[in-house]
Design a protein around this ligand. Structure first.
Ligand SMILES: Nc1nc2c(c(=O)[nH]1)N[C@H]1C(S)=C(S)[C@@H](COP(=O)(O)OP(=O)(O)OC[C@H]3O[C@@H](n4cnc5c(=O)[nH]c(N)nc54)[C@H](O)[C@@H]3O)O[C@H]1N2
Ligand SMILES: Nc1nc2c(c(=O)[nH]1)N[C@H]1C(S)=C(S)[C@@H](COP(=O)(O)OP(=O)(O)OC[C@H]3O[C@@H](n4cnc5c(=O)[nH]c(N)nc54)[C@H](O)[C@@H]3O)O[C@H]1N2
Ligand SMILES: [Mo]
Length: 636
């Protein structure tokens, strides 16, 4: 029996008990783990299929044909590593170290596997991303109010009565979290544009028009304050700028709120009164904040739990251990040049990137405005290396492809961005490819670098991190996971209080209070691209195949365009056009259409990111705005 951890970019970070028997991998949820609780989600249960997939890359590849054509020749590890090292050296000499960008994200969340390659790139003073793709706007917004985006330990929910899933489809994206709330017998509410599977399993569902969450939250705040349902003692002692906030929301005219949000006055009151009475906790989603209004929305929503007396009554991010040692930022001798992740195409067009090293990510599926990105890569001279388990779209565009192994094949640990458990991942079997840290060591050697930090073993790095965080290796080995105790925390805001009047936001040139701006688009339909049940962004499309490429559309919008269920349609805007079939559904409100996010373009012929907006929210850390996409649809 071996302990593994599901390393996917997912809230749950499940502890797995795995075994390799008669040449097959067997996985089970670790029964001792309070969240995994003995079972795996539908994606996790299929991990052996992913592990044994015939499509796994076995040998490095070197491009022989046109970029993106898929023409490669197989080569040895030695030749591939030498080629990458040589090209890296040459690019740095010719264009400087900042013309090289390492593009990586959370394809594998192992502490070592995620961070160790950055040691080499820090050592070489190479450019890095600003990581704006996922949860950035909300991070900034929560810091504005609380000085931190780290909220409540979900296991503390057992002392609560009500959880609101706001802009998160937890039943699909945080299944173990959702079931924890059920086990603790909490009342569950959902605020979403779509009647999701989470909404269908909730006691109350508030179906809101996109981008109007700011207004809804402010209206709720106003009703709570006006009716004196807020926790007066808590607010007096712990909140900065309550009176100013009260004046701000009191001036709010509630009539247009109904019109804008699509929620009735009764629904808004029901939320306000129920939330105050039950002292609700809010799980603020990552999904819904990926829009131009996302930052302001999180800021408004985040005020609600404090109003009813919670110190940190939201769930968003979790940080339990300091992992910086794995990344080795201390190896750098120059400040980091950060490239906004969402503006990759723009930086390539400007000729600022000459060498792109990609690992743990599939940007040619997951980044917005794919036509622009692909054109930029084809027209500019960028040497591209991708380290992945599969021949993804990104790999297909690369000059050198390096086969990665899976987390079942190496030692690592993982923390979670949702709960407080750190889990152990031991190797259980070996098939093909090399881990991110192995490749880093090989590259360092080929570059002739002698620094010992680039040659530390996974175990050495893990031991040092555990030690620095007061965690005991033997304990981890015995159970597969340890819980990191929570230390008392202060709000790290300028006033040391929860700031309803946010001085940090003012410092960034924003209004002290969340502001509503009506969404504007140049096409009639709003296109949302949320997560799919059986994939993690682009992962598992090629191995599980259970994707849903349909465009979901409200029957009224379809009737206006003489579209029937099952018709083939073209979805289009200024950035691109794709063809797919339509499913009519009342779960999607009129004026909104839905395509699930980021399948493999090379398998499907398209994905939603040929349509999505690559605008960013500058004032909120260049956060992504996928959902701020407008399209039209016509029958073909
Ligand atoms: N099964 C599965 N699980 C995943 C992932 C996956 O791809 N598949 N991806 C992982 C990753 S990377 C992340 S970041 C998380 C994301 O986890 P979630 O936050 O649950 O992800 P989404 O489905 O993108 O978005 C949640 C909801 O936001 C809603 N929404 C969109 N716009 C608005 C709006 O203006 N207001 C409101 N109130 N709601 C709106 C969408 O309808 C959607 O239901 O999930 C992780 N877990
Ligand atoms: N339209 C739309 N697009 C979106 C979103 C959206 O809501 N709408 N959501 C965005 C969000 S929230 C996120 S987080 C991003 C995620 O986008 P990406 O970072 O591109 O994530 P994945 O698609 O999961 O790709 C991860 C890749 O890492 C590879 N991988 C897995 N394990 C390893 C390993 O151990 N080593 C190496 N070298 N590779 C490995 C996998 O095979 C996979 O190809 O997508 C974004 N894209
Ligand atoms: Mo994400």
């Amino acid at each position: 029996m071996t302990f593994s951890v599901c390393m996917r970019d997912c809230y749950d970070t499940c502890s797995i008990v795995s075994e390799f028997k008669s040449g097959r991998l067997i996985v089970k949820g670790n029964p001792e783990h309070p969240l995994t609780a003995g079972f795996l989600c539908p994606k996790g249960a299929l991990l052996p299929r992913w592990f044994h997939s015939k499509e796994r890359l076995r040998e490095p590849l070197v491009r022989t044909g046109e970029r993106g054509s898929g023409n490669f020749r197989r080569t040895s590890w030695e030749e591939a590593i030498n080629l990458v090292a040589e090209k890296l050296r040459e690019t740095i000499e010719k264009h400087g170290s900042e013309s090289v960008l390492v593009y990586q994200y959370a394809g594998d969340r192992g502490v070592v596997n995620y961070a160790f390659p950055l040691r080499l790139f820090h050592y070489l003073n190479i450019a890095m991303l600003d990581y704006g793709i996922c949860d950035r706007a909300g991070q900034e917004a929560l810091r504005d109010i609380y000085g931190t985006a780290v909220g409540m330990d979900p296991e503390e929910l057992k002392r609560q009565k009500l959880i609101v899933y706001w802009g998160i489809n937890a039943f699909w994206t945080n299944l173990h979290g959702f079931l924890l709330a059920k086990r603790y017998d909490l009342e569950i509410w959902t605020v979403d544009v779509i009647r999701t599977e989470t909404a269908k399993r909730s006691e109350k569902f508030f179906q809101i028009w996109p981008d109007t969450d700011v207004l809804f939250a402010l209206a709720v705040a106003r009703l709570i304050i006006e009716n004196e349902l807020h926790d007066e003692d808590f607010v007096r002692e712990n909140v900065y700028g309550f009176e100013e906030f009260k004046n701000y929301v009191t001036k709010l005219n509630l009539d247009p709120v109904e019109h804008e949000t699509g929620l009735s006055r009764e629904e808004i009151e029901e939320f306000a009164f129920g939330f105050a009475e039950k002292r609700g906790v809010i799980h603020i989603g990552y999904g819904f904040q990926r829009s131009l209004s996302g930052g302001e929305a999180v800021r408004a929503i985040a005020i609600l739990p404090a109003l009813v007396g919670h110190r940190l009554g939201f769930i968003y991010d979790m940080k339990t251990i300091d992992k910086s040692y794995a990344e080795g930022g201390f190896l750098r001798t120059k400040p980091i040049k950060r490239i906004p992740q969402m503006k990759l195409a723009e930086y390539i067009e400007r000729g600022e990137i000459k060498f792109l090293y990609v690992y743990n990510s599939n940007p040619l599926a997951s980044l917005p405005n794919q036509n622009r990105l692909r054109k930029a890569l084809i027209e500019n001279d960028v040497f591209m290396v991708t380290h992945d388990i599969f021949l993804t779209d990104t790999a297909l565009f690369s000059d050198v492809v390096l086969p990665a192994n899976t987390f079942f094949e190496r030692l690592d640990v993982a923390d979670s961005y949702y709960h407080r458990h750190v889990a152990l991942n031991e190797p259980v079997a070996k098939l093909y490819g090399k881990s991110n840290s192995e490749v880093t060591r090989l590259l360092a050697k080929a570059l002739g670098i002698e620094n010992p930090y680039l040659y530390e073993s996974n175990e050495e790095v893990i031991r040092k991190i555990l030690e620095a965080n007061g965690l005991i290796w033997e304990e981890l080995k015995a159970k597969g996971f340890v819980k990191v105790p929570e230390k008392p925390r202060k709000w790290e805001t300028p006033s040391g209080k929860i700031e309803f009047y946010s001085q940090r936001a003012v410092g960034r040139g924003l209004s002290p209070f969340p502001e509503y701006k009506p969404p504007q688009g140049n096409y009639p339909l709003r296109l949302l691209s949320p997560t799919h049940r059986m994939t993690i962004t682009s992962q598992y499309h090629n191995t599980y195949g259970m994707i849903d490429p349909n465009l979901y559309m409200n029957p009224e919008d379809a009737a206006e365009r003489e579209i029937c269920d099952g018709d083939t349609v073209e979805v289009f805007n200024d950035r691109g056009r794709i063809k797919t079939t339509v499913k009519l559904s009342d779960d999607v409100p009129k004026g909104v259409v839905l395509l699930y996010k980021a399948f493999w373009p090379s398998l499907l012929g398209w994905n939603v990111n040929f349509l999505t907006s690559d605008k960013t929210v500058e004032k909120y850390g260049n956060g992504s705005a996928y959902h701020s996409t407008w399209v039209d649809v016509r029958k073909v």
